[in-house]
Design a protein around this ligand. Structure first.
Ligand code: AMP
Ligand code: MG
Length: 997
């Protein structure tokens, strides 16, 4: 039994209160005709509509369009007379809205002639007539209303034949709501019928008119209890629903929309009714609960607000009035992963009942009290609306005339999304009206299907927790999990990567393998010198999987050393001589590397380490026996170790095997249309983006061009180098490519065939420059973490990617999953964490079993057991299977392309004497008006006064340059949230003086 049912207080239910309403209309609060000397004023809801119309005069978003089809004998004259009768009977139908001296006023016209147009289409063919009728009805319904002067209801009568007519009715919402339309239909056709039968056609006299109601409403004082209820209910920060959309939200909404519907089966409709019954509630509550689940699962947000209209027509004397009686309830729910669906139903039921019992407060008042932040492009307080329409008559059978009525889709959307649930006979139909500036049709189709699946799964016997309610159809699962990961491809037969390089040396011995400034090595040279290194290393008894430090500047020796290490059966550990000694020493210690391969010019710089140093230059020159036997390497043996930033305060080592590297390299052979004839290696060999160029080039016989240090700081020199060496391929950060395109004469870049941007999100702004200046060059976006060996997702960029640049699809032998926290696949369009599977996956971090277990997981999807790496990246699928990168789930960032865990820096700062607490955050810095750069800012609490220059010096001794905060700010105390966590929003921004202090 639900908690709600136990809590039954014995209070009269809303339904019984409503049933008793007649008895409760006491004379003291009865609605009476307004005083004659009073100017008639609109009610607050009408004022809101008036303001909206004034703000968006071109929009027909608050208009109704209805189509009536008449089959049979129609007395047109009488039909119009009966309509005139309605105009005479209801003041509101002949009211205008005018700006008076102090406020908006109602101008009630005594006489309004019918605004009617006639069209005779009977001479046209059926098809032509239908098309013409469509055009007419759109015209009539979309034509705006001048609220001050126009008749606010207009009709058009269309004749198709003697027996077939239709009528289009357009009305502004300000004079009538949906139930008014039903009333209008009833009175209209009753009058028509009675008149034709020569019976008394007059309806019972109206005691009051809408303006009397508006006056009465203005005299009502909002109950303090109602105000308190809503203040409390809507306390705290009101979240903006982060519903994933297909298009970027425009700066200003234009309210164009569309609507799509889905009819639930009779069986499911029945299940829903039964579930409602079991919870002593209505279908409304069940479907609203399902909507909340959908929104929760689509956004991950747990505080979900939905608007829902209700009618203020809750007194007997209002029952026969046409007019605007709509009000909006805001229904807020607290959802959680563990909560069961049945508990949610009970919560939503209670919230709805409470809201209804405090409903005597207008939305305008609510907005005034809450003062929510206003945005031009989204609704305040809630962004999604839910409307439930009970069963209604849309057919009127008169003696020899059948009338069928339907609403006309005006292609508008008042909100981001409105879910309508319409009861039709025994079936429930779901209909979503959506903003076309945000959503595509297929997205809404999926949403409707997900709602159906949620309702189906929850209205059966089971009562799943909200996080586990099924969402996806089996077709969707098949596509997301199986079809889009169907990437198997044969690998090269070699077991070790250097065998491919050896093969090139055999096939193309004289071809240039490596170039650095004026030094070049042919494949034969490279192979021979690397053999010499391997021989030297083997003398030291190097073993498989053993890390071997490689401490070299950019040079051909770097490549000789690297290939030599691989040949010796060991794995290389890149050590950038620019790194602080402490960091290098840490990497040597952590990995257990006892040998370091270096060049003679760096010997002195290495004095800090106790590791044994082997000199590449000397080793190459050493006389050697001819019978070198290289060890056999297995594909599971490690090829390299790359250290990457770690949140524990120390970098973490990622070991990569020959198998991983063979896969990563071979995938390039098939993914890309050409192999590099000359590859410009811009990345430092400390990062795995260098691996792409090194092995792709050397395994396919190209020239690996190693530029001097910091070449990227002079793009002209860089361009000259590209031209001189006829560089065909390069891989670089999107920001660097952008700079090159901006500053480098295009004629220098003509040899480039294939440019890959990687490491950071590719901004769409890059595309224009590229396709304008380098249309002949193919541009690719590559994505991948070090843990999955350089790349795993890639995309060939086209000019049509100008709105966002996808990262693409899984590369050969990689698989990609976008999952929620429960490790369930999320639908297309919805954000989740990117998990990677396939042949690129490392075995786990070095010496970090716990972290490895957390990030490298084994899970089962669609019956398949998979080992996956959790990237911490947020992404979503598009309907064509391409992936959009959306950011991070954690704090990790890329600073100038370098992967940084800000916590690593905080931990290092904390180790400095006198620091009590430290926090490093990433801030955006505007540059040249539009380009944004990220920078690190450190905040700290001091135990004693700290000399910041000394602290900075200390950090430089521990961390690479890119991890040194741009500013360090001591604070007297950290701003805190009520839960004690640091309130990041309140951290002061450093001024320019604090930079580099
Ligand atoms: P790293 O291991 O240093 O290569 O960094 C991997 C991380 O860089 C990924 O997890 C992403 O956060 C980011 N990243 C790499 N490539 C891209 C890309 N093409 N677009 C967006 N982010 C990327
Ligand atoms: Mg990388």
């Amino acid at each position: 039994m639900s908690s709600d049912k136990k809590k039954n207080t014995g209070k009269p239910s809303i339904l019984s209160q409503w049933k008793n309403r007649k008895n409760k209309t006491t004379s003291s609060n009865a609605i009476l005709p307004r005083p004659q000397d009073q100017t008639a004023l609109p009610c607050s809801g009408q004022q809101r509509l008036w303001l909206l119309q004034k703000r968006y005069p071109e929009n027909s978003f608050y208009q109704y369009g209805h189509l009536y089809q008449f089959t049979g004998k129609l007395d047109r004259e009488q039909l119009l007379k009966s309509f005139q009768f309605l105009l005479d009977r209801h003041e509101i139908l002949r009211t205008n809205f005018i700006e008076g001296e102090k406020s908006l006023e109602l101008k009630i016209n005594t006489q309004t002639p019918l605004d009617i147009q006639h069209f005779d289409l009977s001479s046209l063919s059926t098809k032509e007539a239908e098309e013409k009728a469509k055009v007419i009805s759109q015209e009539i319904c979309l034509k705006g209303f001048d609220l001050a002067h126009d008749a606010l209801v207009r009709i058009a009568l269309l004749k198709f034949s003697a027996e077939k007519h239709s009528l289009v009715l357009s009305m502004h919402h300000i004079i009538g709501d949906r139930s008014s339309l039903l009333l209008l239909n009833q009175e209209w056709f009753a009058h028509y019928k009675a008149s034709l039968a020569a019976l008394d056609a007059s309806s019972p006299e109206l005691k009051i008119q809408y303006a009397d109601y508006a006056f009465w409403k203005s005299t009502q004082v909002t109950n303090a209890k109602d105000i308190d209820y809503w203040k409390n209910q809507l306390a705290g920060d009101l979240p903006i629903l982060a519903l994933p959309s297909d298009f970027k939200r425009p700066k200003k909404s234009n309210f164009t929309g569309n609507s799509l519907s889905k009819k639930l089966s009779a069986g499911l409709s029945q299940q829903i009714r039964q579930l409602a019954k079991a919870h002593q509630t209505t279908n409304y509550v069940i479907i609203l609960s399902a909507l909340k689940v959908l929104l929760y699962r689509y956004t991950g947000q747990k505080d979900i607000l939905v608007g829902s209209p209700f009618s203020t027509r809750d007194k007997v004397e209002l029952e026969k009035l046409i007019g605007f009686f709509n009000e909006t309830l805001v229904l807020r729910s607290a959802l959680s992963a563990e909560m069961s669906f049945h508990d949610l139903i009970d919560q939503v039921k209670q919230t709805t009942m409470d809201a209804l019992s405090h409903k005597n407060m207008t939305f305008e008042e609510l907005v005034k009290i809450l003062q929510p932040e206003r945005h031009e492009n989204s609704n305040p307080i809630f962004q999604v609306m839910f409307v439930y329409n009970g069963a209604n008559n849309h057919r009127y059978d008169l003696e020899d005339l059948q009338i069928e009525e339907e609403s006309i889709n005006l292609k508008v959307s008042k909100f981001d999304l409105t879910l309508f649930a319409n009861e039709q006979n025994e079936q429930i139909e779901l209909n979503i009206e959506f903003a076309q500036s945000l959503f595509r049709e297929d997205t809404i189709q999926r949403m409707l299907q997900h709602l159906e699946i949620i309702l189906d799964a929850t209205s059966q016997q089971s009562n799943p927790s909200l996080a586990k309610i099924p969402l996806l159809s089996s077709e969707e699962k098949q596509e997301l999990l199986i079809n889009w990961n169907n990437t198997q491809q044969a690998l090269p037969p070699q077991k070790a990567i250097h065998h491919l390089i050896e093969e090139m040396a055999r096939l193309h011995p004289t071809q240039i393998a490596v170039t650095h400034q004026n030094k070049q090595l042919s494949y034969a040279d490279l192979n021979q010198q690397a053999n010499a290194i391997a021989a030297k290393l083997l003398e030291q008894n190097t073993k498989a999987n053993q890390p071997l430090g490689l401490y070299t500047n950019r040079s051909v020796e770097l490549i000789v050393g690297l290939v030599g290490i691989l040949k010796s059966g060991a794995a290389y550990l890149p050590l950038d001589p620019e790194y602080p000694a402490e960091r290098i020493e840490y990497m040597l210690q952590d990995s257990g590397a006892a040998l370091v391969l270096s060049t003679s010019d760096l010997k002195e710089q290495l004095s800090f380490t106790s590791a044994k140093i082997i000199d590449i230059d000397a080793a190459i020159l050493e006389p050697r026996k001819d019978t070198l036997v290289l060890p056999e390497v297995q594909s599971t043996d490690l090829a390299y170790f790359i250290y990457t930033s770690g949140s524990t305060g120390k970098p973490k080592g990622v070991p990569i095997s020959h198998g991983n590297l063979l896969h990563s390299t071979a995938a390039r052979f098939s993914f890309y249309p050409s192999n590099p004839s000359c590859f410009l290696l811009l990345s430092s060999f400390s990062f795995d983006s260098s691996v792409a160029g090194i092995f792709w080039t050397l395994c396919t016989g190209g020239n690996l061009l190693i530029p001097p240090k910091r070449i990227e700081q002079d793009t002209f020199v860089l361009g000259e180098m590209i031209a001189q060496h006829q560089v065909s391929h390069t891989l670089l950060l999107p920001s660097l490519y952008q700079t090159i395109l901006q500053h480098c004469p295009t004629k220098l870049l003509n040899s480039l065939r294939n440019v890959m941007v990687a490491g950071e999100a590719c901004p769409p702004a890059l595309l224009q420059a590229h396709f304008e200046k380098m249309p002949q060059t193919e541009l690719y976006n590559e994505y991948g973490p070090t843990e999955a060996t350089v790349w795993c997702i890639a995309h060939k960029i086209t000019a049509s990617d100008q709105h966002f640049v996808p990262i693409g699809k899984a590369i050969p032998n990689a698989s990609v999953y976008i999952l929620d926290q429960q490790l369930q696949a999320v639908p297309v369009g919805v954000a989740g964490e990117l998990l990677i599977g396939g042949l690129g996956l490392s075995n786990g971090y070095l010496n970090r079993p716990e972290l490895s277990a957390e990030k490298f997981i084994t899970t089962s999807l669609e019956g398949k057991t998979l080992r996956l790496y959790k990237t911490g990246d947020l992404a979503r699928f598009h309907a064509d299977g391409r992936i959009e990168f959306l950011g991070r789930v954690d704090e990790q960032v890329k600073i100038r392309g370098f992967r940084v865990e800000p916590e690593e820096i905080s931990k290092v700062i904390l180790a400095y004497p006198g620091v009590q607490e430290a926090l490093v955050v990433v801030q955006k810095k505007e540059q040249d008006g539009q380009k944004q750069q990220l920078r690190l800012v450190a905040y700290l609490l001091e135990q004693e006064t700290i000399d910041l220059a000394e602290l900075r010096h200390f950090l430089k001794g521990q961390l690479p340059d890119y991890m040194i905060p741009a500013a360090i700010l001591p604070l007297p105390e950290f701003p805190r949230l009520p839960n004690g966590k640091i309130n990041r929003k309140e951290l002061p921004a450093p001024d320019d003086q604090a930079m580099d202090n």
